[in-house]
Design a protein around this ligand. Structure first.
Ligand code: G3H
Length: 525
């Protein structure tokens, strides 16, 4: 097996430490083996990457207690710290994190099969996200460094933390999406418990020490294990103020249901989607095919923003299908470090079988695989099948495949895709391909009411991270952009005082003495 030396797994890594209450403790309990579906040998066999702690209720509650104590009923050093103080901790963290790029990228490739360039991009994008969030936080703080006066009342309004946040990220972006929750939650003064996803766990090991060195004790707590053993008991205590989860709506609902005081629980959720492409007859086919290819098959379609259904107008369907199918077949499959690789092993061992079920179901109901290599299966992969014609009786029409299968539907009446989108459980994004403004204008005006981002002549995506990332219906709760995430993890809170000599003198003294971290009109540059 030809694996470049720097990416070889020479010996399994045992993740023995975990972070609770500012201490890197040593785990002596049960462990879980972590395997990669990528083989290190010529005869296929999954590679043992190492082990992680198998935690249960007791450790989960220990982490929760640590986070609650750090919040300290609002008196903790973190929630009351000056903005500059929290920024300094975050800057220290990101500085240390940057030194771990190679190790994190290596594990991203092995654990989730992400290609080398995409793994590097995930790391770099996360670092950039942290710096952008710091800048945005300074901006937010500068906007709050003032008093407002209304009807004889002075108000000093800021955004304050919500409390204790439980952060759960997805396996497809185990670093970026998890940190896109964790970082803003931390900066706003919340304390956190964070559990990595089911795949993409060891890649976080190099960062444990950075967390420990950068934040006051109990502010970041990291636990390992299955959701049911770890997240469920934490939710049952009712002591979680924010559930921050990127993943599946079933897990999000199940966890909310465990919380005894639902009205106290804030939700920041990025969930599943079934983003369609709608291709109008006057679309530029070269551009459309390239965008649909990247949109449906980047990272094997394992993106919440992936194009999961393609609607093509009947007039151009034949040509689109032919050229799209050829392009899919030209995509190179290989290991993440192979040059020019576009398709890579699937990290979930059962994924190929699930995709095969969707294909079989569609074929039984009248669809065909229209690309030559579609459905070819190897030990850790199923080659993307382009299915046509797909209809509403098939599972692939409604289920989020989150993998390499591309269903195509042809339409003559634009009402068909619009009705499907309106009736669907999801409402994240759409890609609209076409040129004539006469056809585009009314469609744009409708589509913006069905989803939260209409991508004109381009595939769907989350970035740039400064743009709002959200969805309607079962696709999201709250908005995540660099700016919106800071708002989602905080609440407006203020000090009000009647405009009279007695109060004004006290306010002036509070400002002059700099004794309060909240009442401050200092500008952070
Ligand atoms: O899995 C969902 C991600 O948020 C998608 O992000 O569009 O940058 O791949 P992306």
């Amino acid at each position: 097996m030809n694996i470049p030396t720097q990416y070889q797994i020479t010996k399994p890594f045992d993740q023995k430490t975990y972070l609770i209450n500012g201490e890197l403790k040593t785990w002596t309990g049960k462990t879980t083996e972590v395997y990669s579906t990528i083989s290190s040998t010529d005869n296929y066999q999954p590679t043992l990457l190492g082990t992680i702690p198998y935690m249960e209720k007791e450790t989960a509650i220990e982490a929760l207690t640590s986070a609650c104590e750090a919040y300290g009923k609002g008196q903790g050093s973190w929630p009351t710290m000056k903005v500059e103080g929290r920024i300094a901790c975050m800057e220290k963290f990101v500085g240390l994190m940057k030194t771990k790029r190679e190790e994190v990228v290596k594990y991203l490739m092995w654990e989730i099969g992400k290609s080398l360039p995409d793994s590097q991009k995930e790391f770099d994008r996360t670092v950039e996200y942290i710096y952008d969030t710091i800048e945005e936080y300074k901006d937010l703080d500068r906007d709050s460094a003032k008093f407002s006066k209304e009807a004889g009342v002075y108000a000093h309004i800021r955004r304050g933390p919500l409390g204790v946040v439980l952060c759960l990220g997805p396996y497809n972006y185990p670093l970026n999406e998890t940190f896109a929750l964790l970082i803003p939650a931390l900066l706003m003064g919340n304390t956190t418990i964070f559990k990595p996803a089911k795949h993409g766990v060891l890649l976080l090991s190099p960062l444990l020490e950075a967390f420990q060195k950068s934040f006051p004790k109990g502010v970041v707590n990291i636990v390992y294990g299955r959701g049911r053993q770890v997240a469920t008991p934490i939710m049952q205590t009712g002591r979680i103020d924010v559930l921050a989860l990127i993943g599946n709506s079933k897990s999000a609902i199940a966890l909310q249901d465990e919380h005894p005081n639902k009205n106290r629980l804030r939700l920041v959720l990025g969930l599943e989607a079934k983003n369609p492409a709608i291709i109008l007859p006057d679309a530029d086919l070269d551009l459309t095919i390239n965008e649909c290819l990247a949109g449906s098959l980047s990272f094997n379609g394992q993106r919440c923003t992936a194009l999961k259904l393609i609607y093509v107008h009947k007039d151009i369907q034949e040509e689109f299908n032919k050229r799209f199918a050829e392009k899919v077949d030209s995509l190179k499959f290989g290991n993440p470090w192979d040059d020019g690789v576009k398709l890579t092993p699937l990290p979930e061992p059962g994924k190929s079988a699930y995709i095969q079920e969707l294909i079989d179901d569609a074929i039984a109901k009248g669809a065909k695989i229209i690309n030559k290599k579609g459905g070819e299966t190897t030990d850790n992969y199923i080659f993307p099948a382009v299915l046509y014609p797909v209809n509403n009786s098939m599972r692939v029409y409604d289920e989020e495949q989150f993998g390499p299968v591309v269903p195509i539907i042809s339409f003559t009446d634009i009402q068909e895709p619009l009705d499907h989108m309106a009736d669907s459980s999801y409402g994240q994004q759409v890609s609209l391909f076409g040129k004539s403004v006469t056809s585009l204008a009314p469609l744009i005006d409708t589509l913006v009411n069905l989803v939260c981002r209409v991508n004109l002549n381009s595939s769907c995506q989350r970035g740039p991270d400064v743009f709002p990332f959200t969805g309607r219906k079962d696709s999201a709760v709250s908005t995540l952009s660099v700016n919106d995430a800071l708002r989602s993890f905080s609440i407006r809170t203020f000090v009000a005082s009647k405009d009279n000599l007695y109060n004004n003198k006290i306010l002036e003294e509070l400002l002059r003495s700099r004794k309060s971290n909240f009442i401050s009109t200092d500008y952070i540059l």
